[in-house]
Design a protein around this ligand. Structure first.
Ligand code: NAP
Length: 254
């Protein structure tokens, strides 16, 4: 049996783990950072917590005689992706990555691109606005620097401590989010502007499509640079790459 480590924390990582487990000839472990309090159930054994940098991950790969490393982390989880590429190099374990393409603007989108939360705060400008923050817990703290705005904040886990602003509404929810529901939410809360990451995929695109329809501005974080490793844009394409990897040498033409 070949041994595979999937770096996860995304829906795709879970779907990929299920697809690969169904083959029956791979010993798969899924790794989570441990950020989410109640992570959804996974179809394969899970290990949780950081490895201690690239060297720590390389040691883990060697210690567990790993045959293949798959980086299926979130497109904005740049540090673990860099560590994965470096660990693969150190340990000489092959690496594949799932690189979900970002969304591209279409006619009617009103996007303002920023590099990080500080820039997003600046892009809200002076006039008080009603802001929908569709961001992780780690990024919302920066918005305390602009307490004149009203915030509607959606996150998987509660924002603790709450934001130090006078007008904040919290919504706990886990995607996927349908476009029609997003339209209702944006209208109900009279949202002027959305702040979000360009996550790509369908699960969180609903708010982007709804914003376009309602003429709402979207402040989008630019994608971080990720290391250049063999990659696929979808779960199906990555499964095909793993099929090739796991095939007997003669079938691969080796
Ligand atoms: P990050 O900044 O790239 O990683 C920070 C550190 O967290 C890494 O150096 C590593 O610690 C640890 N880590 C991250 N992912 C890990 C994993 N899958 N397994 C074990 N350790 C991991 O990542 P992040 O932005 O904090 O994201 C953490 C996790 O949440 C990722 O698994 C990602 O897929 C998921 N996620 C992130 C976002 C986002 O917007 N950033 C959104 C949805 C889900 P060591 O150096 O000690 O190994």
């Amino acid at each position: 049996m070949k041994t595979v480590l999937i770096l996860g924390g995304t829906t795709e990582a879970r779907l990929l783990a299920a697809k690969l487990a169904a083959r029956g000839d791979l010993d798969i472990t899924l790794s989570l950072a441990g950020r989410t309090e109640k992570p959804v159930e996974q179809p394969v054994p899970v290990r949780t917590g950081g490895f201690g940098g690239a060297q720590g991950l390389a040691d883990w790969l060697a210690g567990h005689k790993t045959d293949l490393l798959i980086d299926a982390t979130h497109p904005y989880a740049a540090r673990i992706s860099a560590n994965a590429a470096e660990a693969a190099r150190i340990s000489r374990v092959p690496i594949l990555a799932l690189r979900r393409p970002g969304w591209e603007p279409v006619e009617g989108d009103r996007w303002t691109l920023v590099d990080d939360a500080e820039q997003a705060v600046g892009a809200l400008r002076e006039k008080p606005r009603r802001v929908f923050l569709a961001l992780g817990r780690q990024e919302v703290a920066a918005f305390e620097n602009a307490p004149r705005h009203a915030y509607i904040i959606r996150s998987v886990d509660p924002i603790e401590p709450p934001l130090g602003v006078s007008d904040a509404t919290y919504i706990l929810a886990r995607g996927p989010f349908a476009e029609a529901d997003e339209r209702v939410l944006l209208t109900k809360h009279r949202i002027d502007v959305i702040v979000a990451k360009n996550s790509g995929g369908q699960a969180t695109y609903g708010k982007i499509a709804a914003a376009r329809e309602l003429g709402i501005e979207v402040i989008l974080f630019r994608r971080p640079q990720l290391p250049d490793v063999p990659s696929a844009p979808s779960v199906a394409a990555l499964v095909a790459m793993v099929d090739h990897f796991a095939a007997p040498a003669e079938k691969r033409g080796v």
